[in-house]
Design a protein around this ligand. Structure first.
Ligand SMILES: NC(=O)c1ccc[n+]([C@@H]2O[C@H](COP(=O)([O-])OP(=O)(O)OC[C@H]3O[C@@H](n4cnc5c(N)ncnc54)[C@H](O)[C@@H]3O)[C@@H](O)[C@H]2O)c1
Ligand SMILES: CC(C)=CCC/C(C)=C/C=C/C(C)=C/C=C/C(C)=C/C=C/C=C(C)/C=C/C=C(C)/C=C/C=C(\C)CCC=C(C)C
Length: 514
């Protein structure tokens, strides 16, 4: 129950001063849910407030005509069963829930300019051999670069992954594993591009390293933190990429169930209007319906642009946030086509995930790179018999979709979808004729359904930065207010926001004495 439905806003004394909850989490993306479940498992009294009708945010799902579509990407890292980097497996286990997963033998099938193709096999040696066959003169460089990524991953995978804002944890890690700590400290300021160029000089191969980074970080290798590259380029061979049975949405469903089992609460259709700040400290939230909830700590799983400027009024934006915006900007959003397609369009041997770049000069441009996932090749239960789901997406900015009448907007969506399907025909002949269902989402849909300013996929560097050094951790300059999710260290990706959730919960647990 809310404390009161008529509470004063910022700076005004509250009716009640006793906090009801230990922690309120705004938003049930995977970042928010991992924070909430970790804290509930430690005995904290946690409330999650989600504006939508189900949990998950960009990792949610929707159902249409017998299809269950993933809202966001279907390639999920962090689902291994060994080491410490399997953060999704660990987050579920912490609240006694679990998920069956299906291994994917090939992470990505790249379709590159000049009809070049590369498959990233789960088997590391098989992938390296395939790449070396294309660039035999770079045999040594290829191995050195990917081995160095593996070194970073091995450091991470050998230590408990918690809050880097907790000095006692850092000291403990340092005494337990000084080599890994010093190794990671050395890679924190580096980007993948500079490491790649130490070993590789062929411009075409460097372009391949760029698309290897771009397809998950939406920036080329020179802008992609080496720690993140180490994680992504190794987890896929270590056994971390697995598709959750029942679809990506199951991760959030299970976490929400685990949260309730552990004594936490989650309220849907509960949109937070503002974070209440008294005497400079975050003390609770007010919903759009006027309900007020108070807590000792408030966590925002919204993006930093939505947190500071909307949930915290613009005049209260702390100085470090203004500085952060000079370093990072919003990435583009995506045009998403969620398609139901006749199974005959995909011959045996078709891989689940594809990345298509027809012209290197267009890789970073809107509509330049096309992403495709066909998750029903792994879990057929998500589509009616004889059909597959095909989720295809390509970067687009919000500006493309603003200021249009409803009819113009619909027409523009249809035209853009038609162009993408035409381009996909050469890789999946018969696609157009095999279409059974199509739903088109734009940057506007992301903004509306995911509450993400301009529908952004997340922060990207404004200019070349020093690796991950500029990414903020979970505490903010406002006492009592924390951020979690892709606007915090180490950035975009489910496994990345799961790390952010573990770290946020750890810091709060220490702050509250749990
Ligand atoms: N394959 C993958 O790795 C994959 C797949 C899907 C998503 N993702 C990643 O997940 C990351 C996003 O996860 P996240 O945890 O940062 O957040 P998110 O954006 O997925 O979720 C945020 C949640 O907060 C809710 N919310 C926002 N403002 C609110 C308000 N005012 N009141 C109530 N609820 C509010 C939203 O409705 C949403 O459910 C992205 O980086 C994305 O790339 C990755
Ligand atoms: C003490 C001393 C001396 C020092 C200290 C140091 C240290 C300790 C440090 C540490 C650090 C750490 C821990 C770090 C961590 C990190 C992490 C965890 C990271 C993670 C990451 C992850 C990631 C990035 C992921 C990502 C993913 C993604 C993004 C995905 C996406 C996807 C998509 C988009 C899809 C695509 C599609 C197709 C292909 C179709």
């Amino acid at each position: 129950m809310p404390v009161s439905s008529r509470q004063p806003s910022i700076g005004v004394n509250p009716v009640s001063t006793s906090p009801v909850f230990d922690v309120i989490v705004i938003g049930s993306g995977i970042g928010g849910l991992v924070t909430a479940t970790q804290l509930a498992a430690k005995g904290a009294n946690v409330l999650v407030l989600e504006s939508y009708i189900i949990p998950g945010g960009s990792s949610g799902y929707f159902e249409r005509q017998g299809y269950r579509f993933d809202v966001g990407a279907s390639m999920i890292f962090g689902f291994g069963d060994e080491g410490t980097t399997n953060l999704l497996t660990r987050a579920l286990e912490a609240v006694n829930v679990n998920l069956e997963t299906i291994p994917d033998p090939v992470q990505i099938h790249y379709h590159l300019p000049e009809d070049s193709e590369v498959k990233v096999h789960r088997d590391y040696e098989k992938f390296l051999q395939e790449l070396i066959e294309k660039f035999p003169h770079e045999q040594r460089g290829i191995r050195k670069f990917y081995d160095e990524c593996r070194k970073v991953f091995n450091y991470l995978n050998s230590m408990e992954l918690l809050s880097l804002e907790e000095p006692r944890y850092l000291m403990r890690m340092f005494f337990q594993n000084p080599g890994a700590c010093l190794g990671l400290a050395q890679y924190l300021p580096q980007n993948a591009g500079e490491v790649a160029r130490r070993y590789i000089s062929d411009p075409q191969l460097l372009k391949f390293i760029d698309i290897e980074c771009y397809c998950w970080s939406v920036v080329p290798a020179d802008f992609t933190p080496m720690i993140n590259a180490g994680m992504v380029f190794s987890d896929r061979h270590y056994g971390g990429i697995n598709y959750p049975k029942g679809g990506v949405g199951e991760i959030a469903i299970q976490l929400a169930e685990g949260l309730e089992k552990a004594g936490g609460q989650i309220h849907y259709k509960a949109r937070v209007k503002q974070i209440l700040i008294e005497n400079g400290k975050a003390v609770g939230v007010e919903l759009t319906n006027g309900d007020v909830y108070r807590a000792k700590r408030v966590v925002s799983n919204a993006t930093r642009w939505d947190t500071f400027g909307k949930l915290v009024p613009a005049q209260h934006t702390p100085k470090p946030e203004i500085k952060w915006r000079k370093r990072y900007k919003k990435s583009p959003s995506f045009l998403n086509l969620h398609l139901g397609v006749e199974a005959s369009v995909f011959p045996p041997g078709t891989e689940c995930h594809h990345v298509i770049v027809e012209d290197w000069s267009q890789m970073e441009e809107p509509f330049g790179t096309i992403f495709v996932s066909i998750p029903t090749l792994l879990d057929p239960s998500l589509a009616p018999e004889g059909y597959h789901i095909m989720h295809t997406f390509t970067p687009t900015w919000i500006d493309e979709w603003q200021g249009l009448s409803e009819t113009e907007y619909e027409r523009k969506k249809e035209e853009a979808a038609g162009r993408i399907i035409d381009r996909l025909e050469q890789f999946f002949p018969g696609l157009d004729a095999g279409l059974d269902y199509m739903e088109i989402g734009t940057a506007r849909s992301h903004r509306r359904f995911l509450n993400r300013e301009d529908g952004t996929y997340g922060p990207i560097p404004q200019r070349q930065l020093r690796g991950l050094l500029g990414m903020p951790f979970n505490r903010t300059a406002i006492p009592g207010l924390y951020c979690v999710g892709d606007s915090t260290f180490p950035g975009q990706g489910l496994n990345a926001v799961a790390f952010s959730g573990f770290a946020c919960a750890h810091r709060i647990a220490v702050d509250l004495g749990f």
